[in-house]
Design a protein around this ligand. Structure first.
Ligand code: ATP
Ligand code: MG
Length: 325
């Protein structure tokens, strides 16, 4: 799977991306603070980290729902940072977002058919209502539902089925890039596997590129080509998924792997790693210089308190931000 990454031009390039929120009285929350990565066409970047580390903010900024406070976003080699008007509308079609709780994002007063065809209408896809409904029927089948489901309302579906509807709605407009934000986190394990398999199939048949957001590494394992681990607004480790699993180098990544509750011999090595994550989590508001993971890190030295570690290559595509490797 790793060789999928080589030879593919990047679809998404994020350079020194920053997104800050003003939270009153001169307090600035650094939700995304100098994040750089790139996603080759037709591949998946898994983005993991604990709650509040900035994953959703990265996703929302990428698809244009937030305006970045710094850095650049390139799509197909073109700088799209801060695009507006017609150009922005065209991008809205090409970049879609699928959410954790599709119920919250599916209009309860619309039938599934209406939900799927709404985007088609907005983007002028299909000649008339009949043609758009045909596209919707076809999509329902593609996501493992039936054409009869088009007349039903979101509350008539299970969580997994709603996620399929959400996916059909996103796929309807022929996107190139999809941000899956915890798209499987709320589902049963068996349903998670079905959705992941479906996403992989769509990726292959439609050449889709994904940013796949999840809390833990186990969820991104089967779908990612690369993985980025975030901690308090920053990427602390990134690389080929196998590298991250087999040779996790950042103490935080080692801790995340340690938390994987699976009796898989592959994980054992990592699970023998350092026991961490006991200390206090630093604040993303007006963060102090130095490594943000310092307060929880078993390897922390004096330098970590003062100097922010930068990502550096430790082999191949594998990059780690730690002073004490
Ligand atoms: N609109 C907003 N206004 C102010 N602060 C925000 C806003 N959106 C997010 N934040 C803050 O930014 C930080 C990153 O939030 P974000 O939702 O991106 O995290 P996350 O990694 O997606 O977390 P989770 O795993 O819980 O979904 C958090 O501290 C959050 O409180
Ligand atoms: Mg989130």
């Amino acid at each position: 799977m790793a060789n999928k990454l080589t030879g593919q031009p990047p679809l998404i390039q994020v350079e020194h991306l920053k997104k800050y929120f003003q939270v009153g009285r001169g307090r600035v929350l650094h939700a995304v603070d100098d994040v750089t990565f790139s996603i080759p066409k037709g591949t998946t970047l898994g983005l993991v980290g604990e709650s509040g580390c900035g994953k959703t903010t990265v996703g929302r900024t990428l698809v244009g729902l937030y305006k970045p406070d710094g850095g650049k976003i390139l799509f197909n080699g073109e700088d799209i940072t801060g695009v507006k008007g017609k150009q922005k509308r065209a991008l809205n079609r090409r970049m879609q977002m699928v959410y954790q709780d599709p119920y919250a994002s599916l209009n309860p007063f619309f039938t599934v058919g209406e939900i799927i065809t709404e985007g088609l209408e907005i983007h002028g896809i299909g000649e008339n209502k009949k043609e758009r409904m045909e596209i919707a029927y076809d999509l329902l089948q593609k996501v493992g539902l039936h054409r009869e489901h088009a007349n039903r309302f979101p509350h008539e579906f299970s969580g997994g089925q709603r996620q399929r509807v959400g996916l059909a709605r996103s796929l309807a407009v022929n996107p190139e890039f999809i941000v899956c934000d915890e798209a499987i986190s709320a589902l049963d394990v068996s349903v998670q596997a079905q959705i992941v398999n479906m996403l992989v199939d769509f990726q292959e048949s439609m050449g889709l590129t994904y940013l796949f957001i999840a809390h833990d590494l186990s969820m991104v394992r089967y779908i990612s080509d690369q993985t980025a681990v975030m901690y308090l607004g920053q990427v602390v480790e990134i690389g080929d998924i196998h590298e991250i699993y087999e040779h996790p180098a950042h103490p935080y990544t080692q801790g995340l792997l340690h938390a994987v509750p699976v009796a898989d011999p592959d994980y054992e090595q990592a699970r023998k790693g350092e026991r961490i994550m006991l200390g206090e989590v630093a604040s993303p508001i007006n963060p102090a210089p130095g490594c943000r993971f310092c307060s929880r890190c078993p390897r922390a030295t004096e330098a970590c308190k003062h100097e922010t570690p930068q990502l550096r290559y430790v082999g191949g595509t594998h990059q780690v931000a730690c002073h004490n490797l």
